[in-house]
Design a protein around this ligand. Sequence first.
Ligand code: AMP
Length: 197
Amino acid sequence: MIQPKNKVVIFLGPPGAGKGTQAERLAREQGLTKISTGDILRDHIARGTELGRMVQPMLDAGQLVPDAILIALIRDRLAGMEPVRVIFDGFPRTTAQAEALDMLLEELGAPVSAVPLLDVPDETLIERIVDRGRQAAARGEAARSDDTEEVARKRQQVYREQTQPLIDHYGARGHLRPVDGVGSMDEVYRRIMATMP
Ligand code: AMP
């Protein structure tokens, strides 16, 4: 049964495109729960859980964590959610994850509402990521261990190879909403809002 209050937004776009920041604001303003798989995994690493110890080398290398782990994490997060009001940031990242999510959402009766795709040129992405690392260091905070130029380039490559096919997956279903991701945070946010159902 389709629940009218359900809302499922999936943010697509390469690392450094601003998905996290924009998803955070959209979640706050629309009463949605942001599910960021990168944040969940970093939290496990920070707490030194078994999962955290297992995935740390993968995050440090800019490689993807196996699909089965991510799918189980998401299944847990969505279990019992009623209504389903979520923004996914960083998930799905492979076709297998997208197909598993389609099935989970079907079980929950909560179809995808929109998939904004943040479009930003490659060189701008690397600059933003390296800058994010430097700014964290300047504030005396620990920078993300994968916010270095070398790992950022690896993450872009992984995105192109494994995540870009999702553009076709959601495009074919009529969910894709391409958005120009270059501009101020407010400008980009307004563009995203203009595509929301
Ligand atoms: P993010 O914060 O989204 O840039 O994710 C940081 C890192 O966490 C990625 O480079 C991957 O190693 C891992 N990760 C996050 N989400 C996923 C996912 N959906 N599938 C596989 N690995 C992921």
